[in-house]
Design a protein around this ligand. Structure first.
Ligand code: NAD
Length: 293
């Protein structure tokens, strides 16, 4: 059966390296990397994500600054905070927790973040550069970067391989497909209008699934020996769990394990990598802003 790609332990290794580097930068320069997080509204899941990001910052020595705004606040209010953070020298990364309340113009708000501090990599200029040959974004979005890091750490070849990405969202599917392409994979996107997704997926050496549909990818969707990165985080009812639910990925784990060469578990795969990449982006940003190597 497949090798389990242990995102949890790789993420820990990366966080430890980041913490070590932050200590030495602080000792030699007095600089402390800073991350500002803006949360609008009171979605429970968003609050949990923001809390976890703050905890992760504390653990590696990144100073975190949090702004909570009410659901019905004005766009200008959010942009005012972003502008303050843009010009605040203690802040090296600015993150606007998505999704924003429906009445807000997401594009306008993400555009307001200085690209030098866009640690989520969602600014259109960063995404545009990601899509262009010979250009480099200042930041790569965290979840896609985490998926690539897992492939790199497990020394999985990408060049010339067939990759299928399931899902085409701005935050996962689209940027991860661009990253695979930048590393010379032949990439195919599967989405909700794709006919015969199983047949297309079964040609892939590397499958990255970010559809948000529990048990979408069955064992018979996979080519024997494929490598599977499961980004999905989907709650399903489970009366035996004390919360009444548990989290599963997009891939039928047990079925896939019998076919794939390697697979990420959910939880413990891509999830912890996302936060590690946010910390990594924040540290790189501080280094770039202060001209440290
Ligand atoms: P989204 O809803 O924005 O996008 C889902 C995409 O999947 C869409 O492009 C849609 O076309 C496609 N899709 C939906 N149903 C499909 C189907 N039946 N067949 C093929 N394609 C289908 O979601 P998102 O924000 O990209 O997140 C996707 C999943 O990844 C969710 O489960 C989310 O919780 C999870 N996620 C995990 C992390 C992490 O850190 N591990 C980060 C972000 C998102």
């Amino acid at each position: 059966s497949s090798k389990i790609i242990d995102g949890k332990s790789i993420a820990k290794k990366i966080r430890d390296e980041i913490a070590g580097e932050i200590v030495s930068i602080k000792d030699s320069t007095g600089i402390v990397p800073g991350l500002a997080v803006i949360l609008v509204g009171s979605r429970k899941d968003s609050q949990t994500y923001v809390r976890n990001k703050k905890k992760a910052c504390d653990a590696v020595g990144i100073a975190s600054y949090e702004v909570n705004l009410p659901e019905d606040c004005k766009e200008e209010e959010v942009i005012k905070h972003i502008s303050e953070f843009n010009s605040n020298p203690a802040i090296h990364g600015i993150l606007v927790q998505l999704p924003l309340p429906r009445q807000m113009n997401e594009e306008k708000i993400l555009n307001a973040v200085s690209i030098e501090k866009d640690v989520d990599g969602f600014h259109p200029l960063n995404i545009g550069r990601l899509a262009m040959q010979g250009r480099d974004p200042l930041f790569v979005p965290c979840t896609p970067k985490g998926c690539m890091e897992l492939l790199h750490q497990y020394e999985i070849g990408i060049k010339g391989k067939r990759a299928v990405v399931i899902g085409r969202s701005n935050i996962v599917g689209m940027p991860v497909a661009l990253l695979l392409q930048r590393e010379n994979a032949t990439v195919c996107m599967v989405h909700s209008y794709t006919k015969n997704p199983a047949e297309i997926t079964s040609q892939a050496d590397i499958v990255i699934s970010a559809a948000g549909v529990a048990n979408l990818v069955r064992g018979n969707w996979l080519k024997p020996g494929a490598v599977v990165i499961d980004v999905g985080i989907n709650p399903i009812d489970d009366p035996e769990d004390r919360r009444g639910y548990r989290l599963v990925g997009d891939v039928c784990f047990e079925e896939a394990r019998a076919v794939a060469a390697a697979i990420t578990p959910v939880p413990g795969g891509v999830g912890p990598m996302t936060i590690a990449m946010l910390l990594s982006n924040t540290l790189s940003s501080a280094k770039r802003i202060h001209g440290l190597s």
